[in-house]
Ligand binder design. Structure first.
Ligand SMILES: O=C(O)c1ccccc1N[C@@H]1O[C@H](COP(=O)(O)O)[C@@H](O)[C@H]1O
Length: 224
């Protein structure tokens, strides 16, 4: 993907307060995520997410995040929250992910699974509009703030992908330059406590991504 004048997309995930949603929009974030996965400290009810959605600035996307939720629970979220993108973090298959009539991205566990089978991934999820490489797997939970070895992402991956897992204002610059992703996603790294976003960390995170966007990429990597 050509990198000239590239703007790395930013998603802030695990919103629980309308004020955080509002600030994310003011900072120029592309999307906010609402987590509906059981067991997450950031889990919200569809009604809560619907209420927070009204704090979204124009052109900021709402992403609904699931992990092995029942179809009926996904349908209820789609009905109430009207997300523009679904994010599946569990063992969901393509047929399930695509059945809600909303574009989706599939989270890929990057821990404990060895080398990434790029072709297998594309074949398994032909309808995915993108992938999200995260540090869950091998016993690690999503949203726990752990990082993974960014060199496991193969150069030249030709579908939009997000990098997630333990991204903070202090490491997102390095992550963006190491992986040249379509977007970056953070939950715990921009919080003062689970589900409680920290305004200063959010602001610094965005600044660091924009600093990476200004970095000149060597020509041999720019066409990746
Ligand atoms: O954030 C959660 O609690 C969560 C729970 C279940 C599935 C996904 C979840 N969030 C996603 O986890 C990654 C990484 O989060 P972190 O930055 O390491 O805290 C991110 O993609 C969130 O969208």
């Amino acid at each position: 993907m050509k990198r000239t004048l590239f703007r790395t997309r930013i998603k802030f995930c695990g919103m629980t307060r309308a004020g955080d949603v509002r600030l994310a929009g003011e900072l120029g974030v592309d999307a906010v995520g609402f987590v509906f996965a059981a067991g997450s400290p950031r889990r919200v009810e569809p009604e809560e997410a619907r209420a927070m959605r009204s704090a979204l600035a124009p052109l900021v996307n709402a992403v609904a995040v699931f992990r092995d939720n029942h179809g009926e629970s996904v349908r209820e979220v789609v009905r109430q929250v009207r997300p523009s993108l679904l994010q599946f973090h569990g063992d969901e298959e393509d047929g399930f992910c695509r059945s809600f009539g909303v574009p989706y991205i599939k989270a890929v566990p990057m821990r404990g699974s060895g080398a990434l089978d790029v072709i297998g991934l594309r074949l398994a999820y032909p309808a995915a509009t993108g992938f999200l490489f995260d540090s869950h797997g091998g016993g690690a939970e999503p949203g726990s703030g752990a990082t993974f070895d960014w060199t496991l992402i193969p150069p030249g991956f030709d579908v939009p992908f997000f990098v997630a897992g333990g991204l903070t204002p202090d490491n997102v610059y390095a992550a963006a330059l190491a992986t040249l992703p379509w977007g970056v996603d953070a939950a715990s790294g921009i919080e003062s406590a689970p589900g409680i976003k920290d305004g200063d960390r959010m602001r610094r995170f965005v600044q660091e991504v924009r600093r990476a966007d200004c970095h000149e990429i060597p020509e041999e990597r720019a066409d990746d």
